[in-house]
Write a protein that binds this ligand. Structure first.
Ligand code: NAD
Ligand code: UDP
Length: 328
């Protein structure tokens, strides 16, 4: 079933005040859609959507997805982005993180059936855990600890995939599942705690760069615009890919290499400060994106170097803004 994107359509974006969700809100407003942003503002910021708040086609609902969701207008597309993505944030209240993933999936799927809407789940590379194979292709079932500090997120997202899949098979829900690999870019919360925001804000202030472990673990970083285009391509593709699809950039970097790039591109005088590697921190992360390439015709275009060039000035402005004295 093709969902044509025009201004007849109404899009619900849960987690719409967050890093990725707010970019999706803007994209759909720019394309003429009606947008409802639903968020509990736990890790999201109203500042991310402040330029949209007075727009006639935009509305904001402060709500927690663990509670049943009712929407005043008919919606045809739902992005379920609601969930903290940063390890320190999702570990701060692990039980609520699990509920957000499981109860949130159930509530949003019930809403999708009620509205006959297509629904996309923001899943994650974390469902692969600490992978035994690299790159990770969708058929790999993962290596996840059920009882570690990351489990509330990893297992919550795994359960959400199962719930989505079963709603499709048992209730005919029109679903999409995106396995998102580390995204970064303008709009990230400088205090988010993820590696890209930490390294850039530390470098810009000439503070020590906190490398966890020896920095040899790898991640594959995908620039915001590429990620959002990938998610939208998956949402709007005519052919149902059926199963989850990896969305990410396959260029793999060690954390130490990322630190080197950030230091060079900011011109910082910071030193590296090595800290303990968090428990269950995955050793490698690199997506096999052949499914996304063949079924969506999507590939990322922005290199890490280019993406950092766009992201560094954003953080510079955020730091300057935070330092500005409050006028009396
Ligand atoms: P984010 O923390 O910036 O945004 C998440 C948003 O969800 C925030 O606005 C937050 O307030 C909201 N939220 C959290 N719990 C909620 C709840 N119970 N009810 C309502 N709103 C709630 O994170 P992000 O980077 O924008 O990630 C968005 C989604 O993509 C998340 O589901 C995340 O798991 C997934 N994802 C992101 C990445 C990444 O690298 N950014 C990687 C893999 C998966
Ligand atoms: N990391 C780091 N320093 C930091 C923050 C994170 O070395 O200040 C490491 C972290 O241990 C992990 C990688 O960077 O190996 C990516 O961490 P992030 O929190 O961004 O996301 P993850 O991919 O682990 O969910």
């Amino acid at each position: 079933m093709e969902r044509i994107l025009d201004n007849q359509h109404s899009v619900l974006i849960t987690g719409g005040a967050g890093f990725l969700g707010s970019r999706l809100c803007k994209k759909y407003i720019d394309q003429g859609s009606q947008v409802i942003c639903l968020d509990n503002l736990s890790t999201g910021r109203l500042g991310n959507i402040s330029p949209l708040l007075n727009h006639p086609r935009f509305s904001f609902l402060k709500h927690d997805v663990t509670q049943p969701v009712q929407i005043p207008k008919q919606v045809s597309l739902i992005y379920n982005m609601a969930c903290p993505a940063s390890p320190p944030k999702y570990q701060a209240n692990p039980i609520h993180t699990m509920k957000t993933n499981v109860q949130g999936a159930l509530n949003l799927l019930d809403l999708a059936l009620e509205h006959d809407a297509r629904i996309l789940q923001a899943s994650t590379s974390e469902i692969y855990g600490d992978p035994d194979i690299s790159p990770q292709r969708e058929s790999y079932h993962g290596n996840v600890n059920t009882v570690g500090p990351r489990s509330c997120y990893d297992e919550g997202k795994r359960a959400a995939e199962t719930i989505f899949h079963d709603y499709r098979d048992f209730h005919g829900a029109d679903i999409r599942i995106a396995r998102i690999f580390n995204a970064y870019g303008p709009g990230m919360d400088p205090k988010d705690g993820r590696v890209v925001s930490n390294f850039i804000t530390q470098a810009l202030q000439n503070k020590p760069i906190t490398v966890y472990g020896d920095g040899s673990q790898t991640r594959s970083f995908c620039f915001l615009e590429d990620m959002v285009e990938g998610l939208m391509a998956l949402m709007h593709c005519d052919a149902d890919p059926g199963d989850p699809v990896n969305i990410g950039n396959p260029d793999e970097f060690t954390v130490a290499e990322l630190a080197g790039l950030v230091l060079a591109q900011t011109g910082s005088k910071s030193d590296l400060s090595f800290r303990a590697l968090p428990q269950d921190d995955p050793r490698r992360r690199r997506p096999d994106i052949s499914v996304a390439q063949s079924t969506l015709g999507w590939s990322p275009k922005v290199s890490l170097r280019q993406g950092l060039d766009t992201t560094i000035p954003y953080f510079k402005a955020e730091i300057a803004c935070a330092r500005k004295p409050i006028a009396h």
